[in-house]
Write a protein that binds this ligand. Structure first.
Ligand code: NAD
Length: 364
C-alpha cells in the first residue's frame, strides 16, 4: 500500500506573525486593559467619520490614557493625510495608537507606526484583513507603493463582532469577498504551506456560509461572527504568503481607474480563479470542498456575489471600456509570480468578463 502525506507542500517555511488577538462580542471592553498592557499612557484614537459614537465610547473607557483623535483617514493611505495626522501625533505627544474602522483607518495607523514605531491596537469594522499584515500601501501623487515591515504590524487586534453589525449589507458582502480573495490566493501562493492552507480553507468555509446569510439578514449575529472569524484567518493568509494574479489585477484596476477596493475584489475573483484553475487542479478540488459544491469553484464564488448583491460588473463601478486593453498592458509590463503564465488573450478575456459581470468561463 502506498502512503501519501496529507499535504503537498514539502519542504516549506512557516513564519508566525506576533499579533495578540482578542475575539468575540463586546470585546472592545478589553481596550483599557490592552492599552495598559502595552504601557500606553497617551493614546491617539483614529476613527472613520461613521464611528464618531464609538470614538466617544472608547474615549470614555480610556479615561486619562486618551490624548486625542483624528478622523481624516482615506482609502489607499494618501501620504498628505498621513503628514497631517503626524502633526497631530507631535502636538499631542502620544505614545500609542488606537484605530477603529475599516482598512483605510488601519492603513493610517500603520503609516504612523512606520514613521514612529508606536504600538497599535486595532479594532476592525470591515473584513479587509489589513490589521493582520505587516504590509502597508501608500499613495503619493496618485502612485501607490507597497512595502513590508514588522513596524506596521499591529501589536493587538480586538475583533468585536458588535462593531460590524452596522456595516451596510452591500459593503459587508463585498468586503467579505475581499477576505475570500486573500484565502483563495493563499492556497496557490508560491510560499504556500500546510498551516496557512489549513487556515485558508477554514476561512473559505466560514465566509462561504456567512456572506449569503448576511445578505439575507444583516442582523444575523452568528453569521457576522463567522464572517469576522473568516476575515481574521484570511488576514493571516494575506500577511504570511505572497498573493498572485487576482491581487495584482485588483491593484492595477483600482489604481488605474479609481475603483472601490472591496467591490473590485469581489467582481474580479471568480474570473481570476477561473484563469488560474487549469494550473492548480488540487487547489480547485479543496476549494470545491470548502465551498460545499461538487465542481466549478469560480461559479460558486459568482453565486455568492449574486447572493450578496455585488455590483453587476466593473463597468457598473465606472471603469471605461477602453481601460481593458490599458489594464492588460500594465499587468504584462510588470510581470510577477503566478501559478499560470500570464497570456495577453487570456487576460483580456478575464478582464472583459469581469467588466461585463459575465459568468466565469472555462480556460484550458
Ligand atoms: P474602508 O476602510 O475605506 O471602509 C469603507 C467604507 O465603509 C468607509 O466609508 C467607512 O467609513 C465605512 N465603514 C467601515 N466600517 C463600517 C461599519 N462597521 N459601519 C458602517 N460603515 C463602515 O474600506 P476597506 O475595504 O475596509 O479597506 C480598504 C483599504 O484597506 C484600501 O486602502 C486597501 O488598500 C487597504 N487594505 C490594506 C491591506 C494591507 O494588508 N495593507 C489589506 C486589505 C486592505
Amino acid at each position: 500500500m502506498t502512503y501519501e502525506t496529507s499535504f503537498s507542500q514539502v519542504p516549506f517555511v512557516y513564519e508566525a506573525l506576533p499579533t495578540r488577538v482578542v475575539f468575540g462580542s463586546g470585546t472592545r471592553s478589553a481596550l483599557p486593559a490592552e492599552v495598559e498592557r502595552l504601557g500606553i499612557a497617551r493614546a491617539l484614537i483614529l476613527h472613520g467619520q461613521s464611528h464618531a459614537a464609538v470614538h466617544r465610547e472608547l474615549k470614555q473607557a480610556l479615561g486619562e490614557r486618551y490624548a486625542g483623535a483624528f478622523d481624516g483617514a482615506r482609502m489607499h493611505t494618501p501620504v498628505d493625510v498621513t503628514e497631517t495626522a503626524m502633526k497631530r501625533v507631535a502636538e499631542l505627544n502620544i505614545d500609542g495608537i488606537v484605530a477603529v474602522g475599516g482598512g483605510s483607518t488601519t492603513g493610517l495607523a500603520k503609516a504612523i507606526a512606520l514613521r514612529t514605531d508606536l504600538p497599535q491596537v486595532v479594532l476592525p469594522t470591515t473584513y479587509a484583513g489589513s490589521e493582520m499584515t505587516p504590509i502597508l500601501g501608500q499613495t503619493h501623487d496618485g502612485i501607490k507603493t507597497t512595502q513590508r515591515s514588522l513596524k506596521v504590524l499591529p501589536e493587538v487586534v480586538i475583533y468585536d463582532v458588535d462593531l460590524t453589525m452596522d456595516l451596510p449589507t452591500g459593503l459587508s458582502g463585498v468586503s467579505g469577498m475581499n477576505a475570500m480573495a486573500h484565502a483563495v490566493e493563499a492556497l496557490y501562493a508560491r510560499e504556500a504551506n500546510p498551516v496557512i492552507c489549513a487556515l485558508a480553507l477554514q476561512s473559505v468555509r466560514a465566509l462561504a456560509r456567512a456572506l449569503p446569510a448576511i445578505g439575507a439578514d444583516p442582523g444575523n449575529r452568528q453569521a457576522r461572527t463567522d464572517a469576522l472569524y473568516g476575515a481574521w484567518l484570511a488576514g493571516i493568509c494575506l500577511g504570511s504568503v505572497g498573493m498572485a494574479l487576482h491581487h495584482k489585477l485588483c491593484h492595477t484596476l483600482g489604481g488605474s481607474f479609481d475603483l472601490p477596493h472591496a467591490q473590485t475584489h469581489a467582481l474580479v475573483l471568480p474570473h481570476a480563479l477561473a484563469y488560474n484553475a487549469p494550473a492548480v487542479p488540487q487547489v480547485m478540488a479543496q476549494l470545491c470542498d470548502a465551498l460545499g459544491v461538487e465542481r466549478d469553484a469560480p461559479a460558486a464564488l459568482q453565486a455568492i456575489n449574486r447572493a450578496i448583491g455585488a455590483p453587476a460588473g466593473l463597468a457598473a463601478l465606472g471603469m471605461p471600456q477602453e481601460g481593458i486593453t490599458r489594464a492588460v498592458e500594465r499587468v504584462l509590463a510588470n510581470p510577477y509570480w503566478n501559478p499560470r503564465a500570464l497570456a495577453r488573450d487570456g487576460l483580456t478575456q478575464l478582464i472583459t468578463d469581469a467588466f461585463r459581470g459575465a459568468e466565469p468561463r472555462t480556460y484550458r
